[in-house]
Ligand binder design. Structure first.
Ligand code: NAD
Length: 488
């Protein structure tokens, strides 16, 4: 049930498409319904964009581009900084909105506001620091000038699991670089993006620089934009199969692309680990966002001599969790995003148990309204189980024992994904060897959460292309020009 507070907040969220600085209905008047995954209840009806709305958004982004690209970096930075300040002021509203539409507990949603907001501050500071270079060519027959230029209008597609952070992680560097954008949030969680777009307007982002399309007609609307010859860049966060399809579409326009795709993170615990720290890290790496994070630990690869004790301690911690709507005090586990996610999680657990895994806790959907799955612990998960190959995206711990370091590395790298790995060891040399040997774009060494606005977030192998955040993040939205000039 929504409270009076929630109703007032939901009423304040725009229900249109943001195109060229104005909020408008879909061209054919279609609407889509947003629901609360904890109750299944409808919470708001908003515009459902059609293909020609995509073309209108591209018109707006293209028209706004030259002026925004020519706006001094300091001025762009100050607008982003104002947006950061407004996000802090409206943090409670943003957090509550995420809990309503996505399900994560409010305390975690507050954490996302802090993390997501930081991209606005970081890139507001990065924009004025962009530098080129100048030098004589080695033959001494000319001068080389290297400059950076915004790539042009960008299409940004975000997933439902981090409704604010995935938007700021793309929009902030794009705007800092001087690009204009069309943003398409997931149809399951569009409200946070709409509310954030209003914040950007209030911060002074000019009309047409940020355009927002909410739609259930995802495939055709997106393809129309990706094939628009005015588009210069596609940035996507979502599943690997959709990313692969979009890369094919992007090849027509030879678009710059950034792909933040799926993960299958190993969480490796050696016999020389500090087990207290490892258990704390495991809880954070697994249960943050109800397990629905691309960085979530998917496989707990634990030395056989400590596997039983590690599993026992994790199980005790998980037993104390409280499941419920994320607005209720003390709730640590909210609902999954929808019933499909519940069915998929149940199938992965059933497959592992059939193959011989030991169910220590949970294992079933929770009866009643909403899309809940009980926090689950599985020990001795046999090789070949689906749960070790597929992204779980649910609150399930799967423990796999190993006997020596080489075996741990082999198991950890035995996946087409390569986003993040976690390693717990008190042995410095072993930690360094793991940094060299694990095939992931990010690594947590004795720590269970790696995300930071100042760090280059991204994966190897099928986990993606490009980096978001850090000094690297803004270069995804810049193109290099080299000019040879004659000697003076
Ligand atoms: P998804 O691929 O189904 O959807 C992601 C986004 O793509 C949504 O906005 C969706 O509407 C859109 N989309 C779906 N089909 C499309 C199509 N044919 N054309 C254009 N857009 C399309 O993924 P999801 O279920 O929303 O999100 C979960 C996935 O995202 C997981 O695999 C997770 O690992 C990944 N993810 C990755 C990161 C990262 O940074 N690497 C971060 C968060 C989530």
């Amino acid at each position: 049930m929504t409270t009076t507070n929630e109703a007032a907040l939901l009423a304040a969220v725009p229900d249109g498409l943001l195109i060229g600085g104005t909020w408008r209905p879909a061209s054919d008047g279609a609407t889509l319904t947003v629901a609360d995954p904890a109750t299944g209840e409808r919470v708001k009806e908003i515009a459902d964009a059609a293909v020609d709305d995509g073309a209108a958004a591209m018109d707006a982004a293209s028209e706004a581009f030259p002026a925004w690209a020519a706006t001094p970096a300091r001025q762009r930075a100050e607008i982003l900084r104002r947006a950061f300040d407004l996000v802090q002021e409206r943090a409670d509203d943003l957090a509550l909105l995420m809990t309503i539409e996505m399900g994560k507990p409010v305390a975690e949603a507050r954490g996302e506001v802090a993390y997501g907001g930081e991209f606005l501050r970081w890139f507001s500071e990065e924009a004025p620091r962009l530098q080129g270079r100048y030098g004589a060519n080695p033959e001494g027959t000319g001068r080389m000038v290297v400059t950076q230029h915004p790539v042009g209008p960008c299409f940004l597609i975000t997933p439902w699991n981090f409704p604010l952070a995935m938007a700021t992680r793309k929009i902030a560097p794009a705007l800092a670089a001087g690009c204009t954008v069309v943003v398409k949030p997931a149809a399951l969680t569009p409200l946070t993006t709409l509310f954030f777009a209003r914040i950007l307007q209030d911060a002074g982002v000019p009309a047409g620089v940020v355009n927002v399309l909410t739609t259930t007609r995802t495939g055709p609307v997106s393809e129309g934009i990706i094939r628009d010859p005015r588009l210069r860049k596609l940035s996507f966060t979502g599943s690997t199969p959709v990313g692969q399809k979009l890369l094919e579409q992007a090849s027509g326009g030879v678009l710059r692309t950034s792909m933040e795709l799926g993960g299958n993170a190993p969480f490796v615990v050696f016999d020389d680990a500090d087990l207290d720290k490892a258990v704390d890290g495991a809880i954070a790496a697994k249960f943050r966002n109800i397990g629905q994070a691309c960085t979530a630990a998917n496989r707990f690869v634990v030395h056989r001599s400590v596997a039983a004790e590690f599993t026992r301690r994790v199980t005790e911690r998980v037993r104390a969790f409280r499941t419920g709507r994320g607005t209720e005090p003390g709730v640590t586990i909210g609902p999954l995003i929808d019933d499909r996610a519940v069915t998929k999680t149940a199938a992965l657990v059933a497959d592992a148990v059939e193959r011989g895994a030991a169910l220590r806790l949970g294992g079933e959907p929770v009866e009643g309204p909403g899309s809940f799955f009980a926090a689950t612990v599985l020990a001795d998960v046999p090789a070949g189980s689906d749960i070790l190959r597929e992204e779980i995206f649910g609150p399930v711990v799967a423990v796999v024992p190993f006997d020596d370091e080489d075996e741990a590395v082999r198991i950890a790298n035995d996946t087409e994904y390569g986003l993040v790995s976690y390693v717990y060891t008190e042995n410095l040399a072993r930690g360094q060897r793991m940094v060299e040997r694990l095939e992931t774009g990010m690594m947590g060494l004795n720590v269970g959460v790696v995300s930071n606005a100042a760090a280059p977030f991204g994966g190897w192998k099928h986990s993606g292309l490009g980096r978001e955040g850090g000094a690297e993040g803004i270069h995804e939205y810049l193109q290099t020009k080299y000019t040879m000039t004659a000697d003076p």
